[in-house]
Design a protein around this ligand. Structure first.
Ligand code: ZN
Length: 509
């Protein structure tokens, strides 16, 4: 096949890809509407609309003409990037497009449908089992889902173990062994750190449970998100039950939040978190717009952006030097007797708890490690579904020093497994690790960083993130970004250093 024909094949694959992305963004608009403004009774037709679009997307991705086109471009299992005489942008495109094609075609329609049905049943059974605190009611469903995920992993193929194939859906080009190495290091350091914090005098966060009217929270949140650089002519903020960020187009990345009148942290830190996701997607280079390269490269890198803004910036002392006086203007009564330092200490209180979604930034990683170890053991057949509740309690004791009395607060607390989402959890903790590793480079590159934050000035930081991370979209993998930026692969040490410094100061340890 001549290079001209290869270039022509790439051109046709790119045209098909553009339509796939347009369909995906159209589908995202319908999902966004469903979560925000859709009237309740529209749900059945909305489901039909979404499943029609998903079917169209699947047909475009798996189109039988694609095989010959990828072949003409020189793509194979060993060489996803195609012919070496193609330019770098085309090769980056082929790597992602071919990966998507292979994943979609390796699973039969029958298996995809069987999995979708089991996942949808799984969620319903899980919700009832959690409400009744009855793991045995969920166990058969979970066993079926584990077997299905193993079948999927076998069909897709993997390097070392089945978990690789599942992880790859969320964290492409990262292996279970990479995670295992980083989490092992994290576990060794975090457990004693949490114990030391537990034996130190505790911080008081009762101020966060005073009265914070939603309108005032919204007005303050608006100031924060504008200051961070979220452009409201390319996005918007609405309210939903579960906060999220979603990409409806290259110039339309929207976020949601929720207001809790008696708990300050959820809306403000939730908004900062989602702004972090949105800034990433809005920063992708124009040449990648409307293509498979036009979004964040992995969930772990995505979380690195949201958590850097939320925790490293938003929960820093410097941040509140600028924003605390503004916050006082919005809540003159509720915060009248609280000084800035007391507020800073309140928003950084650490407490080992049973529930992952309520965990602070120190203990959060331990919740993730617990889930990663268990789901990996299930897939390697080192643990059975029946043994899971006891294995959960044991690990919870080892890692967090707390043991759930009810499975509803233990093994049944998360929705992920019931949806067939094994392999997803590690990305939550990877975000913290990548963020801390990037932040060490950023602090060297931007010596005025913390002075800027103190003045509520974030443009240099955002510009750095755009140039080094956002602009590349999916043209660089998480591993490539990490090595390019920091000179080494993923490590837990920078995150540990960050925690020890911040919490050593807060807890006097
Ligand atoms: Zn997130």
């Amino acid at each position: 096949m001549s290079p001209v024909a290869a270039a022509d094949a790439v051109k046709r694959l790119r045209a098909a890809d553009r339509e796939i992305i347009l369909l995906e963004h159209t589908s995202a608009i319908l999902s966004w509407d469903q979560e925000t403004f859709m009237p309740h009774r529209a749900i059945d037709e909305r489901s039909a609309q979404l499943s029609l679009l998903q079917g169209l997307i699947h047909r475009r991705v798996t189109d039988s003409a694609n095989e010959a086109l990828f072949e003409a471009a020189g793509c194979s299992a060993e060489n996803a990037e195609g012919r070496e005489d193609l330019d770098a942008a085309d090769r980056a495109f082929l790597r992602q497009a071919y990966r998507r094609y292979r994943r979609a075609t390796r699973l039969s329609q029958e298996l995809v449908e069987r999995f979708a049905a089991a996942a949808s049943r799984g969620q319903a059974v899980w919700a009832a089992a959690r409400a009744a605190d009855d793991f045995a009611a969920f166990a058969p469903q979970l066993s079926e889902l584990v077997e299905l995920q193993l079948e999927i992993a076998e069909r897709i193929g993997y390097i070392d173990e089945p978990y690789d194939a599942l992880l790859d859906q969320y964290e492409p080009f990262t292996l279970t062994s990479d995670i295992d190495r980083a989490f092992g290091e994290l576990r060794r350091e975090l457990v004693p750190l949490v114990e030391a914090i537990g034996s130190a005098p505790q911080l008081d966060d009762s101020v966060l449970r005073r009265d914070f009217p939603a309108e005032q929270q919204a007005a303050f949140g608006d100031k924060v998100m504008r200051a961070l650089g979220y452009e409201l002519d390319r996005g918007r903020l609405d309210v939903s039950a579960h906060p999220f960020a979603t990409t409806l187009g290259a110039h339309d990345v929207r976020i949601t939040t929720r207001y809790n009148r008696n708990f300050f942290s959820s809306a403000v830190f939730g908004t900062i978190h989602e702004v972090g996701h949105a800034l990433y997607e809005l920063g992708v280079a124009e040449e990648y717009h409307l293509s498979v390269l036009g979004e964040g490269t992995s969930l772990g890198i995505h979380e690195s952006q949201s958590r850097m803004w939320e925790n490293m910036i938003g929960r820093s002392r410097h941040f509140w030097e600028h924003f605390y006086p503004i916050l006082l203007e919005h809540f003159p009564q509720s915060l009248a007797d609280i000084d800035r330092e007391a507020f800073y200490r309140a928003i950084n209180r650490v407490e080992p708890s049973l529930i992952r979604v309520e965990a602070d930034e120190v203990t959060y990683g331990l919740h993730v490690i617990l889930r990663f170890e268990l789901e990996r053991a299930l897939l390697n057949r080192e643990c059975t579904v029946a043994q899971l509740p006891e294995a959960w309690r044991e690990r919870s004791r080892e890692l967090l020093g707390v043991v759930p009395e009810r499975d509803a607060e233990g093994v049944l607390q998360d929705i992920h497994w019931s949806m067939g989402g094994m392999g997803y959890f590690p990305t939550y903790a990877l975000g913290n690790l990548y963020a801390a590793q990037f932040m060490e480079t950023i602090s060297r590159d931007l010596p005025t960083l913390w002075d800027d934050v103190r003045r509520g000035e974030f443009s240099l930081l955002l510009d750095w993130l755009r140039r080094n991370i956002h602009i590349h979209g999916r043209a660089r993998s998480a591993r490539e970004l990490c090595v390019d930026i920091t000179g080494s692969e993923l490590q837990a040490a920078p995150f540990i250093r960050y925690l020890k410094q911040k919490y050593g100061d807060l807890y006097g340890i």
